[in-house]
Write a protein that binds this ligand. Structure first.
Ligand SMILES: *[C@@H]1O[C@H](CO)[C@@H](O)[C@H](O)[C@H]1NC(C)=O
Ligand SMILES: *[C@@H]1O[C@H](CO)[C@@H](O)[C@H](O)[C@H]1NC(C)=O
Length: 414
């Protein structure tokens, strides 16, 4: 009898994870990311919705949306041939950042080159332009109608990026801490989404390297990532002429096919709730182009109050426990491992970290709970955010020669 119980208990332990499933027999095993589980479609509309509809139905509820034909409203949609770009004098003066491998690696080399030089070679190379929209092209891109709101345009636009290649790019699985509208001017893209509110704890995204997963997007090994066998996906194809809303913190992976050019805009998600729809263009101003609005960059956003709080909640949701060591890993990001390998570098940075941690670990028991995160005041987060900025400066100084290509900027492939 006794041995029966032991065997029974062992069987439970062995089946603990995947309830006795043979994961190697699951349909998605060793297949591209997004394979094998029930797929959901993404909502679609013709053209751009008005701001109020867009925010109420999609942004506030964090639901992706495909806007068919919306990027055709931009002058660039018909203007932008390579000959047109090359005919502009500015193209041969303007330097751009270019990725050097099409299957994304956050450790790859980023080079810079003239826009005109890129245009001459991209069709026969791995080069992938991922950089701010060149200023002289801003007038060719309509500022998307659903975000034509004074409250956003005055202070909450983060960045606008041009994604340009001859196709065949594959992004890593990642999320961005901003809202995103991405408009396709050439080619096709295929996106796979994971809803973080349902499966955020099953996609191993937060390594010490930043907000992306190390999983091989061409061959997902369920023995290495067993939780992925349970995840459901959303799939959407976007074609030249379409735009796509990618919600704040939604996990996604992107592939591109054929000569590919996309422009995206990122804006500050934290401010959305304060938008006054009376100060939005209910009727789209089709003359309003990118050159007429100001993007502030990622600088102050990363350490903003709401972003820190959401990041802590998300981390806790996935790791189940937030003690000091996890907090340290989260706050140090890509520096975490490096610092471990450099014992002689001093530990002043630990002082900043313990001050931050003490601000949210209200009852000082060494563990931060969901309640503590949610109940911490804005004032406390502002203090944390200031400490975080000081820490960033200190780390940047300590690692001045550290490979800049590992810059942890939210990074999309669209
Ligand atoms: C690159 O390829 C695209 C698609 O075939 C074509 O439209 C474009 O003109 C080519 N560019 C150059 C500079 O050859
Ligand atoms: C996207 O396109 C691919 C290739 O044509 C196709 O296999 C897939 O079913 C499409 N997905 C959706 C959601 O339409």
């Amino acid at each position: 009898m006794k041995s029966f119980y032991i065997i029974f208990i062992m069987a439970i332990a062995a089946c603990d994870h995947a309830s006795c499933r043979d994961l190697t027999q699951e349909p998605g095993h060793l297949k591209p990311f997004g394979f094998g589980r029930p797929n959901h479609p993404v909502d679609e509309v013709q053209g751009f919705p008005d701001p109020e509809t867009f925010f109420r139905n999609y942004v506030f509820s964090l639901k992706p949306l495909k806007m068919i034909g919306a990027s055709k409203l931009s002058p660039g949609f018909s203007l932008w041939s390579d000959d047109y770009f090359l005919s502009l004098e500015e193209s041969s003066d303007h330097n751009i950042n270019v990725e050097t491998v099409k299957k994304e690696s956050r450790k790859q080399q980023i080079i810079d080159m003239k826009f005109s030089d890129f245009l001459r070679i991209y069709n026969v190379s791995e080069k992938y332009m991922v950089d701010s929209v060149p200023e002289f092209l801003g007038k060719d891109v309509l500022f998307p109608c659903p975000v034509q709101c004074d409250d956003l345009m005055e202070n909450n636009l983060v960045e606008t990026v041009m994604w340009f290649s001859s196709g065949g790019t594959k992004s890593v699985v990642h999320f961005d801490s901003v809202d995103n509208i991405n408009c396709l001017f050439r080619g096709e893209k295929e996106l796979v989404f994971v809803d973080p509110s349902k499966y955020g704890d099953k996609v191993d995204i937060d390594g010490p390297e930043g907000a992306y997963s190390a999983v091989d997007v061409d061959s997902v090994d369920y023995l290495k990532y067993p939780d992925l066998a349970d995840v459901e996906f959303y799939h959407v194809n976007v074609s030249a002429g379409d735009c796509l809303y990618i919600p704040y913190r939604w996990i996604h992976q992107v592939r591109s096919y054929g000569s590919n050019l996309a422009i995206n805009i990122w804006w500050n998600h934290q401010h959305n709730v304060n938008i006054d729809f009376k100060r939005c263009n209910a009727e789209c101003n089709t003359e309003l182009t990118l050159d007429q609005v100001k993007f502030k960059g990622f600088g102050e956003l990363a350490n903003s109050y709401g972003n820190i709080r959401d990041h802590l909640l998300d981390f806790l949701n996935r790791k189940k426990i937030l003690e000091f060591e996890s907090f340290k890993m989260m706050a140090l990001g890509r520096y975490y491992e490096v610092l471990k390998g450099q014992p002689d570098i001093g530990d002043d940075y630990l002082l900043f970290l313990s001050q931050m941690y003490a601000l949210i670990d209200t009852d000082k028991d060494g563990i931060v709970t969901e309640k503590e995160i949610k109940e911490s005041t804005e004032e406390k987060y502002i203090k944390i955010s200031k400490l975080m900025s000081q820490l960033d400066l200190m780390l940047d100084k300590m690692f001045e020669d550290f490979d800049p290509s590992e810059e942890d900027m939210p990074h999309d492939e669209l």
